[in-house]
Write a protein that binds this ligand. Structure first.
Ligand code: DON
Length: 315
C-alpha cells in the first residue's frame, strides 16, 4: 500500500488536533522529576522505513525515556545472547500485572517473565556483556543512540531523582539475585537500569528507534546496522505481549500494533516493514500509559489503516 507524504502528515495533524487537549490522567508522581514536567506538552512523530520524518506539536521537546529503554536493552541482550537465552534467563511471557509487581515474581518462582517489566529489565541490564559497570552503561547508552540515530544523553537531574527513590526496584533486584535471575551484582544492575531510564529523547528520536526495528534492524536515518534482523520479530512480539503492561491485551484488541510505553509519557508503536508512530504527553492513566499518547498513536494507525490483525475480505 502506497501512502503519500500528505496522507501521513494529515493523519498526524488530525490525531494531534483531536487529542492534544484531551483531559484526564496525571503525571507520574513516584519519581519527583516527572511530577514537575509541564502536563500540557504533547508531541507526535512518524518515521518511515525509508527515512521520512513527519511531526506535529512538541516533537522536538526532550522527555524521559523511562520504560521504553527496556526495548533498547532487550535488543542489546538479544544481540549478545540470542533468542533462547532470553527465554531461559528472563522469560518472554506477559505477567498481566503492574510493571513493578513483586507478586508477579512470587507467582513464577521469581523468574521475571518479561524483559519489558521492571524485574525483567533489571535482569536484562545485568545480562549485557561487560567487564565493568561503566562498560555495561556505555554499551546500553550506545544502543539507545544507535537506535534513535541521536547522541542521546542522560539527564543528571532525572537520574538523581530516580536513584534516590528507587527502593522498590532495589528490592526486586535482590529477589532476582537470590533466585539466580540476576547476572551481575544487584547494586550495579539497578544503578545501570536506573540510568537507562533517565535519558531524554524527542518523539522524532523515538519514532526513529521504532522505524529501525520496523526496518529489520537498520536505522533508516543513519543506515547503521543496529539489531540482527532475526531478532526484530521477537522484540515486536514481546512489545505486543507486555509493552502496554496490564492493558497490553486491550491495546492489541483495539489497535493491533506492537507498542511500548514509559512513565515519562512516551509511547511507541511499530508497523513492521512500514513505519513507527511515537507520541508523548506526560499525563498517564492508572496503568502508567500516556492518555493523549495512546489516543494519538491509535488515531494515526487507524487513519492510515494499520492493524497487524486486520483480515481484509476479497472483493
Ligand atoms: O523503574 C521505574 O519504575 C521507571 N524508571 C520506569 C517505569 C516505566 O516507565 C513504566 N512504564 N510505563
Amino acid at each position: 500500500m502506497y501512502l503519500s507524504p500528505e496522507q501521513i502528515q494529515n493523519a498526524i495533524n488530525t490525531a494531534y488536533t483531536n487529542h492534544a487537549k484531551e483531559t484526564g490522567g496525571a503525571n507520574a508522581d513516584y519519581i519527583p522529576f516527572l511530577k514537575n514536567v509541564d502536563s500540557n506538552l504533547c508531541g507526535l512523530s512518524v518515521v518511515t522505513v525509508d527515512g521520512q520524518v513527519f511531526s506535529a506539536g512538541d516533537a522536538d521537546t526532550p522527555f524521559a525515556i523511562e520504560s521504553i529503554s527496556k526495548v533498547c536493552t532487550l535488543a542489546l541482550a538479544m544481540n549478545d545472547w540470542g533468542q533462547q537465552a532470553i527465554m531461559d534467563k528472563i522469560g518472554v511471557d506477559a505477567t498481566g500485572m503492574p510493571f513493578n509487581s513483586v507478586m508477579a515474581l512470587e507467582l513464577h518462582g521469581d523468574k521475571p517473565m518479561s524483559p519489558l517489566v521492571n524485574a525483567g529489565a533489571i535482569s536484562a541490564a545485568s545480562l549485557i556483556k561487560a567487564d565493568s559497570r561503566e562498560h555495561r552503561w556505555s554499551r546500553i547508552l550506545q544502543m539507545q543512540s544507535d537506535l534513535t540515530g541521536t547522541d542521546i544523553q542522560i539527564s543528571d537531574e532525572l537520574n538523581e531523582s530516580e536513584q534516590t527513590t528507587n527502593f522498590h526496584n532495589r528490592a526486586i533486584a535482590w529477589l532476582l539475585y537470590a533466585a539466580g535471575y540476576l547476572y551481575c551484582e544487584p547494586d550495579e544492575a539497578v544503578d545501570v537500569y536506573t540510568r537507562q531510564c533517565s535519558t531524554l529523547l524527542t518523539t522524532k528520536a523515538l519514532a526513529t528507534m521504532g522505524a529501525t526495528i520496523a526496518a529489520g534492524g537498520i536505522n533508516p536515518i543513519t543506515n547503521k546496522d543496529v539489531i540482527k534482523e532475526a531478532y526484530c520479530a521477537s522484540i515486536l512480539a514481546e512489545m505486543t505481549m507486555e509493552g502496554m503492561y496490564d492493558t497490553a491485551g486491550d491495546w492489541a484488541f483495539t489497535v493491533g500494533l506492537p507498542a511500548k510505553s514509559g512513565v515519562g509519557g512516551g509511547i511507541l508503536a511499530v508497523v513492521p516493514g512500514v513505519m513507527a508512530i511515537a507520541g508523548f504527553s506526560p499525563p498517564l492513566d492508572p496503568i502508567g500509559n500516556s492518555v493523549r499518547g495512546q489516543k494519538m498513536v491509535a488515531s494515526v494507525a487507524q487513519t492510515l489503516g494499520f492493524n497487524l490483525y486486520q483480515c481484509a475480505r476479497k472483493r
